[in-house]
Design a protein around this ligand. Structure first.
Ligand SMILES: Nc1nc2c(c(=O)[nH]1)N[C@H]1C(S)=C(S)[C@@H](COP(=O)(O)OP(=O)(O)OC[C@H]3O[C@@H](n4cnc5c(=O)[nH]c(N)nc54)[C@H](O)[C@@H]3O)O[C@H]1N2
Ligand SMILES: Nc1nc2c(c(=O)[nH]1)N[C@H]1C(S)=C(S)[C@@H](COP(=O)(O)OP(=O)(O)OC[C@H]3O[C@@H](n4cnc5c(=O)[nH]c(N)nc54)[C@H](O)[C@@H]3O)O[C@H]1N2
Ligand SMILES: [Mo]
Length: 767
């Protein structure tokens, strides 16, 4: 075991090597074990890692990719192991730590240093004007929060953020607390993540989720993986792709960067991977320009429609006639787009796009998988509607081995939304909630993440409470967010680990430490389990076994039920429930959920003995589409793509191999050849020359946003230029260091997701 770091990342140590062309394999396993042993020691590492994703073990806090039905003895991956090690670390951040480090000092540290200090163990409060956090009792902390909330003139002056690790049980109690209190201000990490997917799929297919299961992935004939880096962010997905491949599937990777995991995979769980050097995954790597995906899918649709007109037999006309609406408008839209426009959007030739479309044509079962590369652009919702259009042409929805697969990020982000963490809740959900808890939930929509930041900056938010996450570092326009946070009266964080949101605070601040997935959760009624929903709508239990970091810790559920008790005390218009019973026995929460949320009937029984159940999915189960027309909807979307002003580049902000969002595990991005530092910007060598710079030079990145009063500039200082295989005028750098560059006003149409993958920038020499 090693001690936490004393200093921040020293960027002068950064080295650049050759990017890797293959992912995982034995080096990855060794790397994850090293990090695990550093944080947990050998015995605890073995004990903990063997329980990940096992029946009746705990759900990996890493990502939302589902478990295979037959689990490996160690169903974990390198980055899952790192996520577990971060949480199960034996390092501690207690009262002595806060006595030693002033808030000013803590604020000067980077996210890596903060996160590496260890698990939070005691409730802490920062009094107004104080230089240090001090310990506070649970009762006092919860009383202060409730008093502050009850004193507000208007419940809409409070904002309640959620990150996607929160269990179903905690999320359900949380949304009840917030709605019982009187607002729908429930922004969540999803607003910055897959909101564009939900918006596009909900309107066209009638469900804001994917339509495939893990067996569909295995059975597909063609898998298009677009805007996603599974080798780093969903490593267990590589095993599923490998299996599909062994059964004859073709894989097309669509990405501006040649990501290692997409090109080649060394499965450490099979002898073949270890000895024979693994599987070449992608049959075709399509190096597309940032934001060019809508054009690519329009090109595919255009080609398929033309081919059908000329030769027949390409489109599934039975499906189109029986189950869809809007085909004609879509067909005339894509017939009207020109190849030169499609070429300049994608950077691919007409011939190349037609060849890709031919691969789609010859597949009877196609799945499109995607993540942030498709969701974080201005025209992301239109892009994803065009993905749906292509699948509908061939009837590839609701057929085994075919469908849409938005690959979710946080391990329970999908479940949180199912439980009602949503600023725009549907009426039927609210009506069921009213009925169950004998109150009336507010109907007016609340703030999403961007709207919440605006309201904070305008001084309209008095209390900010977060269950998980790191709002300050994860959101766009860091300077504006920090300014907004400082205008609130009270900021409260229910967290496992220290992060920047604890040190950029309101007038007063409270930190409430909580249990994570790996921790044993013993409440009055005995040992508790929670439940989560994976990216494919499968729900299962999760139970931690490790002794919690300190005696005096509460679960998220216990914190939230105790807040309900206090916030609702003496109010006869508040939700009615036995809060103590809910705290002591989570089965009582699941019992409520089973009556409020469709698909959760006989909830308890269906998760017994480590069982998993699938939530109903009308398109997948029955080709039923609960849209405005009662059919799956083709949509006609005008072609959009980013126009990069003269002399400028478009920057995408992405994850390195050694981070989990704002949690920085380490300083390497092994697959991309970056070591011992993070402040790099990957750029095409010709663009480095065009900017009159040299490879390896340290520059500032300046973003330019055309605001109402002209060009607004934002600056991120001291980044090293790295010549890299990326399309011309497309650059890449890590989040969250570059969030300062993302303008708050730059978000996706319809979904409101910040455009973290398309920021207009230029480089400036350091003086
Ligand atoms: N280890 C680890 N696992 C994680 C996370 C983590 O931080 N670390 N985060 C979790 C979360 S919350 C999420 S949402 C997911 C994120 O998973 P990803 O979406 O894989 O994460 P990013 O690093 O943002 O990678 C975006 C990918 O899209 C590509 N891309 C960018 N722009 C475009 C574009 O315009 N078109 C196309 N076709 N491709 C583009 C980038 O080159 C990159 O390969 O991972 C989850 N899992
Ligand atoms: N520029 C740019 N910005 C982005 C993105 C991008 O690609 N580029 N991606 C966006 C995406 S996809 C997402 S999902 C968001 C992520 O935004 P968030 O979800 O807000 O951020 P995380 O870094 O995942 O949150 C980490 C913190 O969660 C807390 N935590 C961890 N586990 C638990 C737990 O079990 N319970 C509780 N209560 N707390 C816990 C710890 O204190 C930890 O410090 O960032 C978004 N921001
Ligand atoms: Mo995410």
């Amino acid at each position: 075991m090693t001690r936490p770091p004393e200093h921040d990342i020293d960027e002068s140590k950064l080295t650049v090597g050759e990017p890797k062309t293959q992912a995982v394999g034995v080096p990855a396993v060794l790397n994850s074990l090293k990090i695990a042993v550093d944080q947990m020691g050998l015995a605890r590492s073995a004990q903990t890692l063997l329980q990940v994703n096992q029946k009746d073990g705990f759900d990996c806090p890493g990502c939302a990719w589902p478990e295979e039905d037959r689990r490996h003895v160690a169903e974990f991956c390198e980055n899952g192991a790192k996520a577990v090690a971060e949480e199960a670390t034996v390092r501690r951040v207690g009262p002595e730590f806060f006595a030693e480090h002033s808030i000013d000092e803590l604020r000067s540290h980077d996210d890596w240093w903060l996160g590496q200090q260890g698990r939070l163990t005691h409730p802490m409060i920062l009094d107004e004007g104080a230089s240090h956090y001090r310990p506070v009792s649970w009762d006092d902390a919860l009383d202060i929060i409730a008093d502050e909330l009850r004193a507000l003139d208007d419940p809409d002056e409070a904002v309640f953020y959620t990150s996607g690790r929160t269990s179903n049980e905690a999320a359900f109690v949380y949304q009840l607390l917030v709605r019982g209190y009187g607002t729908n201000n429930l922004p969540d990490c999803s607003n910055m993540c897959h909101e564009s997917s939900g918006s596009a799929l909900g309107a066209t297919l009638g469900i804001g989720k994917g339509t495939v299961s893990i067996t569909d992935i295995h059975d597909a004939e063609l898998l298009i993986v677009a805007g996603q880096n599974p080798g780093t962010n969903h490593p267990r997905m590589l095993s599923a792709l490998e299996k599909a491949k062994q059964r004859g599937a073709k894989i097309i990777a669509v990405n501006p960067l040649p990501e290692a995991g997409l090109l080649h995979f060394n499965n450490p769980q099979t002898p073949r991977g270890v000895i024979l050097g693994g599987t070449a995954l992608a049959d075709d790597f399509v190096q597309i320009r940032l934001g060019g995906d809508q054009a690519l899918f329009q090109a595919i649709g255009k080609h398929l429609i033309e081919a059908h007109r000329d030769h027949g037999g390409v489109l599934d006309t039975d499906f189109i006639n029986a189950h869809t609406s809007g085909f004609d408008a879509y067909a005339s839209e894509v017939e009207g787009v020109t190849w030169p426009d499609l070429e300049s959007a994608t950077g691919l030739t007409e011939e190349r796009m037609r060849a890709i479309a031919e691969q789609v044509r010859s597949s009877g079962k196609t799945i499109v998988c995607w993540a942030m590369g498709l969701t974080q652009h201005k025209h992301s919702v239109a892009t994803l509607r065009d993905v749906v259009n292509v699948l509908l042409l061939q009837g590839s929805i609701g057929r085994p081995g075919a469908g849409v697969c938005p690959v979710r990020g946080h391990s329970n982000v999908q479940g949180d939304r199912t439980m009602g963490i949503y600023e725009k809740p549907p009426e039927d959900f609210l009506a069921a909630l009213d009925e169950e808890f004998a109150f009336r939930a507010p109907r007016e929509h609340g703030f999403d993440t961007v709207q919440a930041i605006r309201a904070m900056d305008a001084g309209h938010v008095r209390v900010f409470l977060a269950v998980g996450g790191n709002f300050v570092s994860a959101t766009p326009d860091t300077a504006v967010v920090e300014r907004g946070m400082a205008k609130t009266d009270l900021t409260v964080h229910v967290s496992t680990k220290l992060n920047r949101s604890h040190v950029v605070t309101g007038r007063r601040a409270i930190i409430l430490p909580t249990l994570g997935r790996t921790d044993r959760d013993r409440r009055g009624g005995g040992e508790q389990r929670v439940t989560v929903e994976d990216s494919m709508g499968a729900v299962h239990g999760s139970r931690g076994r490790l002794a919690p970091p300190s005696e005096d810790m509460l679960s998220e559920v216990a914190i939230l039920t105790r807040l309900c008790e206090r916030v609702f005390a003496g109010r006869d218009d508040a939700p009615r429930a036995d809060w103590t019973e809910l705290e002591n026995d989570y089965r009582a929460i699941r019992d409520h959920i089973s009556r409020v949320v469709p698909g959760f009937e006989r909830y308890e029984e269906r998760i017994q003995k480590g069982r998993t159940f699938y939530l109903p999915n009308a398109p997948r189960d029955a080709r039923r589409f609960t849209t405005a027309t009662g059919r799956a909807m083709f949509t006609a979307n005008e072609l959009e793509f980013p126009r990069i002003p003269e002399g400028r580049l478009l920057l995408q902000t992405l994850r390195s191999h050694d981070q989990y969002n704002t949690t920085i595990y380490g300083k390497d991005d092994r697959y991309r050849g970056i070591h011992d530092g993070r402040r790099v910007v990957l750029v095409h060598p010709d663009d480095i020359r065009a900017q009159e710079c040299v490879d390896g030079e340290i520059i500032d990145i300046v973003s330019e946003w055309a605001g109402p009063d002209g060009i607004e500039e934002r600056r991120a200082e001291g980044f090293r230029l790295v010549a890299y295989d990326t399309p011309r005028r497309n650059a890449a750098a890590y989040y969250p260091e570059t969030n300062v560059l993302v303008p708050l006003e730059s978000f996706a149409d319809v979904s409101g997701t910040p455009t973290s993958k398309s920021i207009v920038v230029r480089f400036e020499k350091r003086v």
